[in-house]
Design a protein around this ligand. Structure first.
Ligand code: GLY
Length: 249
């Protein structure tokens, strides 16, 4: 994880209007998120703050990590490209590092994994060359990578996340759930289009407090949830998965 920068309010925004962000409150929400991950068994390693990169807190976008390798991305947002080096330095202590090279672009928020299958959203941030380079980096280790069409949102994981293998939470207005071939698709509540971004660890799905109706749908489906307040980070067009890179899950 990386500490929220003072400049968070200057973040990139694509599908969201700008509204003032309370940075101390964002930091408190990030700290609660870190405590929740800790309680679920994670040891958290903090990356240095990057004051010149307002979106640096959204570390997910800077790397795709599997047991065998860490793939350092090349973000589609030019303002975010300077974030990746400090991520690479830390991940090099954990995994061999491979880099995505231009003109390819890919952001981790577009990369959705289930088992040894990776789906990459064909967003404005991730291009076909990025999908191909990620595929080339992961194929030697037995992973498959395929592009997925999406629309009207920033990243694929804005539109869908896996709750468990075979169980997907999705906003069908932004991605066709059928492409994932899941046994069970839970749709976000229609009044909560941003509700699909959850982070499941140790059998518990972390859900934003802003999406209570979607959380009820998960609970009714027998899924254990935990609510986290991340409203200040939502104002930066971000959600739960954006705030961490999970190793060893
Ligand atoms: N603010 C998140 C992003 O656009 O990368």
């Amino acid at each position: 994880m990386r500490t929220v920068a003072e400049s968070l309010g200057d973040c990139e925004l694509s599908f969201l209007g700008r509204s003032p962000i309370d940075v101390p409150r964002a930091r408190a929400q990030q700290a609660a998120y870190a405590r929740a991950l800790g309680a679920l068994g994670c040891h958290i390693e903090w990356l240095p703050p990057l004051s010149s990169h307002p979106d640096g807190v959204f570390v997910e976008d800077t790397a795709v990590v599997v047991d065998e390798v860490a793939v350092i991305t090349r973000p589609g947002a030019a303002s975010r490209r300077g974030e990746v080096e400090s991520t690479a330095v830390v991940l090099a202590g954990h995994r061999p590092v491979v880099r995505i090279r231009g003109p390819a672009t890919i952001e981790g928020g577009d990369v959705l994994r289930v088992g040894r299958q990776f789906y990459v959203g064909a967003s404005a941030r991730s291009n076909a060359a990025g999908v191909a380079q990620l595929g080339a980096a992961l194929a030697p280790h037995g992973y498959s990578v395929q592009a997925v069409a999406m629309r009207d949102c920033l990243h694929l994981k804005s539109a869908a996340t896996f709750i468990a293998p075979g169980t997907l939470l999705a906003n069908p207005a932004w991605v066709d759930p059928a492409v994932f071939g899941c046994e069970r698709v839970i749709e976000v509540a229609p009044e909560e289009p941003f509700g699909a971004n959850t982070l499941t660890l140790g059998g518990v799905s972390l859900v934003s407090a802003d999406y209570p109706a979607t959380r009820r749908r998960l609970e009714q489906a027998g899924i254990a949830t935990q609510v986290l307040e991340v409203g200040e980070l939502h104002k930066a067009e971000a959600a739960l998965t954006c705030l961490s890179i999970i190793l060893g899950a």
